[in-house]
Design a protein around this ligand. Structure first.
Ligand code: AMP
Length: 394
């Protein structure tokens, strides 16, 4: 049975075609610069990579090419063979605690939730509508980034603000990266050979969040009402004292929108390092003993260690700590700084294993006698989308 896993962004569309339930990737690809000049797409099939430059006026044009390529590569001979298309949808609010089959009501709800995710939900909807046009009647499923964290209890998701803000405006902690936190927390249970466990998942990518997961349920997570809360990220500040906002508006004369953009796009590692939001660029400057790059690293590590320690206490101890996403999977340097800082809890890094565990490898990076084993687990949000889509449609 063939299932497509789709992640539509404002100017991109990523896809993977799976044979399910085997979870075999038959083809994958990315459409980039959709709606912009010099658009192109990349297809990976049978170990080969093809890049083509084509005009892509909108997502519909991208999906049209995608389905034509499925025929051209004989992934399918007929569109009937595609049993479902699963979409990553960023915000499901408190309406969706799991993935759902898309119907008109779901579309309306996702549209209404665009208020909470103005940059993401409209782009996700564009992808869904483009597939409806390209393969009329195909079953589609929405997989929400927020759904996994709907298990948070009131005492964790409510902010200490007037309750009518929650009642009237849905102000609460939602949490994001849910498909990744779910994948990693399930995978580590397989590696631990345990059904019940306390796990701390560190999704350290350009966007970053940490979650505390007990027996497969998210108990707490570092992102909040929006993805801007929590950890220091590539270009986002993470947690700040909100009072700096009115103060800065008065001092700089900037508008609230301008300050918001700075906190979102010009802060975090980019601002402190003065180099880049990309960790690789910053790490290469650390080798040259660049002071700002070193400072940025320390601030980053402090922020990650703080959340791990908090969740260790919230969970009453942990069976595993997992690192995933671009930085978590690849930066042995940052992992070493983090785990060394946690030595007060009895964590013991195995330096050799830590260096080995990069570029898609999965395994432990701690010594046998570490109080808590730490794992590197490459995340796979796409397969989670395919799994949920398959489970709902079979
Ligand atoms: P993601 O959002 O998961 O794609 O992660 C992107 C981040 O991972 C960027 O900051 C990259 O610089 C970082 N990253 C990717 N590869 C490496 C690497 N080999 N070493 C350090 N950071 C990396």
């Amino acid at each position: 049975m063939k299932i497509l896993s789709v992640n539509a962004g404002s100017s991109s569309l990523k896809f993977q075609v799976y044979e399910m339930p085997e979870e075999k990737v038959l083809m994958k690809g990315t459409f980039e610069r959709v709606g912009l000049d010099h658009a192109f797409y990349t297809i990976k099939y049978n170990g080969e990579k093809v890049i083509k430059e084509v005009p892509l006026q909108d997502h519909e044009a991208a999906v049209h090419i995608l389905v034509e390529e499925l025929l051209a590569y004989h992934i399918v001979e007929d569109f009937d063979e595609i049993k479902g298309v699963g979409h990553r949808v960023v915000h499901g609010g408190d309406t969706y605690a799991s993935s759902v089959i898309i119907n008109d009501h779901v579309l309306e709800t996702v549209e209404a939730l665009s208020d909470l995710a103005p940059l993401h939900n409209p782009a996700n909807l564009t992808g869904i509508k483009a597939f409806e046009k390209a393969i009329p009647g195909v079953h589609q499923v929405a997989c929400f980034d927020t759904a996994f964290h709907q298990t948070l209890e009131e005492e964790r998701y409510l902010y200490a603000v007037p309750p009518e803000w929650h009642a009237e405006y849905n102000i609460r902690k939602y949490g994001f990266h849910g498909m990744s936190h779910k994948y990693v927390s399930e995978r580590v249970n397989e590696l631990l050979d345990k059904k019940y466990s306390n796990v701390i998942v560190c999704h350290l990518g350009n966007g970053a969040s940490i979650s505390a997961v007990r027996d497969g349920r998210s108990v707490d997570t570092s992102m909040g009402f929006t993805p801007n809360a929590g950890l220091v990220m590539g270009s986002r500040s993470g947690d700040i004292d909100y009072s700096m906002i009115p103060f800065l508006i008065k001092k700089t004369g900037k508008t609230i929108e301008e300050i918001d953009t700075i906190l979102n796009k010009k802060s975090g590692m980019l601002a402190i390092s003065g180099i880049s939001s990309d960790f690789r660029d910053i790490e290469s400057k650390i080798a040259e003993k660049n002071k700002q790059a070193i400072l940025a690293h320390h601030i980053y590590v402090n922020s990650v260690v703080g959340y791990i320690a908090k969740y260790y206490v919230e969970l009453g101890g942990a069976d595993a700590i997992c690192f995933t996403a671009g930085i978590g999977e690849n930066s042995s340097h940052v992992r070493r700084m983090i785990v060394d800082r946690l030595s007060c809890l009895g964590l013991k890094l195995d330096r050799e294993k830590n260096e080995e565990m990069r570029f898609g490898k999965e395994g432990t990076i701690t010594k046998e006698d570490s109080s808590v084993p730490c794992f590197v687990i490459p995340t796979d949000e796409e397969v989670m989308i395919a799994r949920d889509t398959y489970a709902l449609l079979v």
